[in-house]
Ligand binder design. Structure first.
Ligand SMILES: [Zn+2]
Length: 442
């Protein structure tokens, strides 16, 4: 007697589930809570001229518009029945003539052993935990905190008058940084693209986190979950850190560089460790560039970030929302458009007769001296280096210009506290070369 009744119910449920899993309904509401005071940040009343994709007529309006569009980008891709709240502000952060902290964001809470948790004794960022649990586990507070640097606007002594660009979906001018792309990047951290493991390899409250489950040292084959603190410490600095997750592996065919033969994509694990950048980003060797790399790239996609989100348990649409997203991100520390090289990683390149080739390198905060070697020369090329600016024949912190194929070296040059250095190789003749930059202490 009761069977038909239950059948009807189950039929009804099946219809609902079909609707819920249809590809058109991926969405989450990501709302922005304005954390700024009167007249500053998002409330800055300085008049502004509308730019493509942003009709705001004050600085504050344009900033808030960018945040809302970036929040909608992720909101249209991810699926969650629980609203994701982002408490955001724009405040003065570090900035000097050549480098700046652009912004930072992260989850406000980590949650473990909540209803429907995929794995016990494991910390999930609250937005993902809420989505998996189907309820707001922290109803009293926002899920993500985000702060961006307001000093970048209208300030000649900050980045030499390089400003935020508040347009959306277009090309960013060369003298500006896209806030939209930067917010997309930072929100991805807040949604879970980060580990809670610290720079010493210690787990947060002694628990695994969701992100580290996918981290494997490709040299040893060991997972971060089973490693000792000392092994995680070493793995975060040895350049062998990769992501093991089926969705990322399946998407890794887009890469020409930055993955293993098995399709495991590399994460950023240089030596020395770079606080705020190491481990919680894709490696800078990825070609084409990805949204979640730690430093400036001219173009990037979020294909692998979306795949990593799927590996983590986010329900996510396979195609981007309508609208043409052109990403030109620059994050955390602003660098010029020159190729970035890592300390302790050799670069092979060539230079033409009378040509300059420039590179930039970001030293760690503790570096007091920089060493640069130019060798394996096939003909006469010369070396010029300078802290904070591009070197010239006359303006540099070290120049080395021997004849023929003699190696050029700038050794033990004091950084004077400058972290961003520019390396210039000048072709006195056309030549192939190898460039090697180190810092001390390492
Ligand atoms: Zn980042």
């Amino acid at each position: 007697m009761t069977a038909p009744y239950y059948k009807k119910i189950s039929c009804f449920l099946a219809v609902i589930m079909l609707l819920v899993s249809s590809p058109d309904v991926y969405s989450a509401t990501i709302s922005i809570i304005n954390g700024d005071g009167a007249g500053e940040g998002f409330n800055d009343t300085t008049p502004a001229v509308p730019v493509p994709g942003n009709s705001g007529i004050t600085l504050g309006q344009q900033r808030l518009n960018v945040f809302k569009v970036a929040a909608d980008y992720w909101g249209n891709l991810l699926s969650s029945s629980v609203e994701i709240q982002v408490e955001a502000s724009m405040d003065p952060l570090f900035c000097d003539a050549t480098s700046a902290i652009l912004g930072a964001a992260g989850p406000n809470h980590g949650e473990a052993d909540f209803p429907n948790a995929p794995r016990s004794n494991t910390i999930y960022p609250v937005a993902l935990a809420n989505s998996l649990a189907g309820q707001d586990l922290e109803p009293a507070s926002a899920d993500i905190g985000a702060t961006f640097n307001s000093s970048i606007d209208n300030n000649n002594s900050c980045l030499s008058n390089h400003n935020w660009w508040y347009g959306v979906g277009g090309i960013t001018p060369s003298n500006a940084t896209s806030l939209y792309d930067t917010v997309l990047h930072e929100l991805a951290h807040g949604l879970g693209f980060l580990t809670f493991v610290d720079s010493n390899g210690l787990k947060f409250f002694g628990l695994d986190d969701h992100f580290m489950q996918f981290l494997v040292d490709d040299a040893s084959g060991n997972s971060w979950v089973t490693m000792t603190n000392a092994e995680r410490y070493a793995s975060s600095r040895n350049g062998s850190l990769v992501w093991w997750g089926s969705n990322v592996v399946n998407s890794s065919s887009i890469l020409a560089s930055g993955k293993t033969l098995m399709g495991h994509v590399k994460l950023f694990a240089p030596s020395p460790y770079q606080p705020g950048s190491s481990v919680s980003h894709w490696d800078t060797s990825l070609i084409p560039d990805e949204l979640m790399e730690p430093f400036a790239t001219l173009t990037s996609s979020d294909t692998l970030t979306k795949a990593a989100f799927k590996d983590m348990g986010w329900v996510i649409g396979s195609s981007p929302p309508s609208g043409n997203v052109i990403l030109t991100p620059v994050y955390h520390l602003l660098l010029s458009g020159y190729p970035e090289i890592q300390p302790f990683v050799q670069v092979n390149d060539s230079v033409k007769l009378d040509e300059w080739k420039y590179y930039q390198v970001l030293l760690s905060e503790t570096a007091t001296h920089i060493n640069v070697n130019l060798f394996n020369l096939t003909d006469d090329a010369d070396l010029y280096i300078r802290g904070g600016s591009v070197p010239t024949f006359t303006e540099n912190d070290c120049a080395s210009f021997f004849g023929g194929t003699i190696s050029e070296n700038c050794i033990n040059v004091s950084t004077g506290g400058e972290r961003v250095w520019y390396i210039g190789v000048h072709g006195y003749m056309a030549a192939d070369f190898t460039l090697f930059v180190t810092q001390s202490p390492p």
